[in-house]
Design a protein around this ligand. Structure first.
Ligand code: HEM
Length: 399
C-alpha cells in the first residue's frame, strides 16, 4: 500500500480487523522501546520490524498540566487496548525533542544525553526536527497505522472496534508537512519501482532499497544496551532520526553486485561471496569478524574500497554494537530515501558511530567510501523516548 505515503484518510470499509490489545495497559513493559520480544522473527531468528511505519510530528498547543497529561496518556492507552502489541497489531513510541525540554527551568538530568541536533558529516546541511514530539507508529497492516493516527486525532470514533474517548488534538497540532512514512520487508522495495528514481533492477526479494537484508541480530544493540540506566528517566532511551535521499539509479545501474557488496559489507565479503543475492547466505550476523573490521584501514588502501558495515562496526564496544537500528525505506516526496531511525543510550554514541561511517581517517576515494556517495542527508532529529510511565508530557526533572 504505497498509498500510505500520501493518504491520510481511510474509508470505513478499510477498517482493519486485527487482534485486540490488553485491558491492562499497565501490564506492558516499562520501556516504550521494548518491541523485540513481541515482534516476529525471520527464518534465521532475526527480529522482523513491522512492515509499515509513520512518524507523526507533534507541536504542543497548550500548557502542560494534569489535564493535558491525562489526555495524552488516555489516548495512548486507547491504542494499547485496541491493538495487540505485535507486528499484526501495533507497536509505537513517543519521543520528545531538546526543543520540548527547553520550556522548563531545569535541565535534563545528567544521565540523559540529548543535545540539539547538528550536522554530523562534512558537506551536509540538514534541516532539524525542532517541534516538540514524534510518534512512531508501526504495524504489518498499513490500515492499522493510518487508523491509529486518525483515532488519536479525533477523526475516528472507533479503532479496531474499540471506542476512542480522547482527542490528542486538544494538546498537539500534527505537522503534516513534516509527517514521514515508510516500509520495510521482503518484496516491498521492488513494489515501488513505479516511483521515479526506483529502478526496476531492485531484486524482487530485497527488504531494503539498497538491495540487501539488514538488521542481523549480532549487528544490533540489545534493548538493554540502548536503555538509560540511571536517574528518573531510567528505562527510557534516546532516538536519532536521519532522513536521507538515496541515489538508487547510480547504485543499481552504475555498480555491479560485487561492488555493491564491497561497499555495503566489505571487500572480503565480495571476494569470498559471503552474502548471496540479497543477504540470504548470512544468518544472524553480517559476517563481520574482528579481523574484517580491523582490516578497514588496509582495505581503504588496497583494494581502495571499504564497506559501510565494516566501517561503522569499528565503533563497537567490547565487540557489541551501540545502535539498535529501526530504519525503513520511504518514497516520501515521490523519491526514494531512508528514514534511519536508531536507538542508543546516549546521542553521543550515535555521533561516534556516524563519525566512523564518515571515515575521515580513511585514505579512500569518496566514491568507494561505503555508501556515502549515494546518500544525501536532508533532516536530523534527536529525541528522548521516556519510560512508559513518563511518556505523557514529561517534565525535565520528574518527581
Ligand atoms: C541508506 C542508508 C543505509 C543503508 C541502506 C544501510 C544499510 C546497512 C546494511 C546493509 C548493513 C549490514 C547488515 C547489518 O549489519 O544489519 C548495515 C550495518 C550497519 N549500519 Fe547501516 N545503512 C544505512 C545508514 C546507516 C546510518 C546513517 C548509520 C548510522 C551511523 C548506520 C549504521 C550501521 C551500523 C552501526 C551497522 C552495523 C555495524 C556492525 O555490525 O557493528 N547505517 N547498514
Amino acid at each position: 500500500m504505497s498509498a500510505l505515503g500520501a493518504c491520510l484518510e481511510l474509508s470505513d470499509d478499510e477498517s482493519p480487523d486485527v487482534p485486540s490489545g490488553t485491558d491492562d495497559p499497565g501490564s506492558l513493559p516499562e520501556r516504550q522501546h521494548a518491541w523485540n520480544e513481541s515482534l516476529a522473527t525471520d527464518e534465521d531468528g532475526n527480529v522482523l520490524l513491522p512492515e509499515h511505519h509513520v512518524l507523526v510530528p507533534l507541536s504542543l498547543t497548550t500548557s502542560i498540566d494534569d489535564d493535558a497529561r491525562e489526555t495524552v496518556e488516555t489516548s495512548l492507552r486507547t491504542l494499547e487496548r485496541a491493538y495487540e502489541w505485535s507486528n499484526a497489531g501495533l507497536v509505537f513510541t513517543i519521543g520528545y525533542t531538546p526543543a520540548y525540554f527547553e520550556r522548563f527551568d531545569a535541565s535534563l538530568p545528567d544521565a540523559v544525553d540529548l543535545p540539539a541536533p547538528e550536522p554530523l558529516a562534512p558537506g551536509e546541511d540538514p534541516a532539524f526536527d525542532e517541534y516538540d514530539a514524534l510518534l512512531h507508529l508501526a504495524s504489518d497492516d498499513p490500515a492499522v497505522v493510518l487508523e491509529a493516527e486518525e483515532g488519536l486525532f479525533g477523526d475516528r470514533k472507533k479503532v479496531n472496534d474499540h471506542d476512542v474517548e480522547t482527542d490528542l488534538a486538544d494538546v498537539f497540532d500534527r505537522l503534516e508537512d513534516r509527517r514521514r512514512t515508510g516500509f520495510v520487508g521482503e518484496g516491498l522495495p521492488a513494489e515501488h519501482a513505479d516511483v521515479d528514481g526506483v529502478p526496476e533492477s531492485i531484486p524482487e526479494e530485497a527488504p531494503f532499497f539498497m538491495g540487501f537484508r539488514s538488521g542481523f541480530s549480532a549487528s544490533q544493540a540489545s534493548e538493554d544496551r540502548v536503555t538509560i540506566e540511571a536517574g528518573p528517566f531510567a528505562g527510557g532511551t534516546t532516538q536519532h532520526v536521519e532522513s536521507m535521499d538515496v541515489n538508487l539509479t547510480q547504485w543499481f545501474e552504475q555498480e555491479n553486485h560485487y561492488q555493491r557488496v564491497s561497499k555495503l559489507f566489505s571487500p572480503e565479503h565480495a571476494r569470498e561471496e559471503l552474502v548471496g543475492q540479497v543477504g540470504e547466505k548470512l544468518g544472524t550476523s553480517n559476517g563481520l569478524t574482528t579481523e574484517r573490521i580491523e582490516a578497514t584501514d588496509a582495505d581503504a588502501r588496497d583494494p581502495g574500497v571499504v564497506g559501510h558495515a565494516q566501517k561503522t562496526a569499528r565503533a563497537r564496544e567490547d565487540g557489541s554494537p551501540l545502535l539498535l537500528r529501526r530504519d525503513f525505506n520511504t518514497v516520501d516526496g515521490d523519491r526514494p530515501g531512508v528514514h534511519f531511525l536508531s536507538l542508543q543510550r546516549r546521542i553521543g554514541e550515535f555521533v561516534r558511530v556516524r563519525d566512523e561511517m564518515t571515515g575521515a581517517d580513511l585514505e579512500v576515494p569518496e566514491a568507494n567510501n561505503g555508501i556515502l556517495h549515494y546518500v544525501f542527508v536532508e533532516r536530523r532529529g534527536n529525541y528522548l523516548v521516556p519510560p512508559r510511565s513518563l511518556r505523557a508530557l514529561p517534565p525535565a526533572i520528574p518527581g
